[in-house]
Design a protein around this ligand. Sequence first.
Ligand code: ADP
Ligand code: MG
Length: 398
Amino acid sequence: MQNAKKTLRDVNVEGKRVLVRVDFNVPLDINTGAISDDSRIRASLPTIKYLIEHKARVILCTHLGRPQGQVVENLRVTQVAKCLSHFIGLPVNISLDCVGPGVENEVKTLKEGNILFLENLRFHSEEEANDLHFAQKLARLADVYVNDAFGTAHRTHASTVNITKYLPAVAGFLMEKELDTMNKLLTSPAHPFACLIGGAKVSDKMGLIQNMLKRIDVLLVGGGMAATFLRAQGYETGRSLVEKDKLSLARELLEESKEWNIPLLLPTDIVVANEIKATASTKIASSTNMAASDYLVDIGPETIELFSRELRKCHTIMWNGPMGVYEIPQFAQGTRSLVKILSTSNAVTVIGGGSSAEIVHEMRLTDKMTHVSTGGGASLRCLEGLPLPGVEALLNKI
Ligand code: ADP
Ligand code: MG
């Protein structure tokens, strides 16, 4: 757990130039370039509205995509700024750049309660290099720095870390909410507490499983990583992705769960396919009886029932990672069924992971969950028990 950090409420912002690092790195449609999920923009509205109401001169900055230190026309912040303007019902002016004399002049004319949106930070390679001089140039624009970019807090970049050397640095309301939620899961969850873990690879989630196992009452494992656990127990896993170098770690976790008497449940039945394509022929198989030619692509109906029963008993549920190759509709049943269970549960439900959050938004069930994290990598890191550099750098409360 990290030290408690100062927030927006702990600083005077009236009349001040306040630089807010948001994470408006939203997914863009590959065909049209339109914003396909605006939830990260919505999530920072409380911070932005508070600053407007408290008469701050608001300067926003974000990265968008991976322009790798160059100006990329379709990664300009124009669209996200427009989207924000629509949500708050106020004009949002866009700067031509994020640092330099031109921007400094624009800031001079910025009035209380008005917003200036800086151009994509990653058009400068110095951003990702955590360049001190670049951080200083950004800091020159403002009197106070607010970090609301939870989704980027695990990165050591100029706008998240070195900037705090030059300005009083506090957390925004989204950052505060994300950290409070993660800390609650780590330190004082309501029991019984279940972790539902899926996704492609065991290696992505090993740290999380190791850190959470002793804090929970049951661990449910689906997705591609189930194959590694099944293989670790000696079962055939066909052509499914198995991380051979993680087999012994998987065995250790199975042992630990037994020692601590925390059930680690694997799928009992699975959906198998002869190829990972929408046109594949599929069938339901026992998870201990896979054919050598098949891929594990989803959890089966019996497992959906088993996992649902476990989840219904819980007062806290943390979900990270889809139960199958959900991008292909016929392999999405397991994931979608369990998302529905979570959405009707009275438990505290916390969703971490980019794909998992995307599914909840797409199913329009976001409001039915306690918290859907805006940071895949950052939430994972928190639950692994590791510090976030962007949070460490903020002022301590005491
Ligand atoms: P999140 O972003 O929610 O943390 P991950 O990134 O860990 O989730 O995993 C998401 C990916 O896992 C998806 O692209 C999905 O297709 C893949 N996946 C899930 N189950 C399987 C499986 N059985 N075989 C291969 N890939 C899988
Ligand atoms: Mg992911």
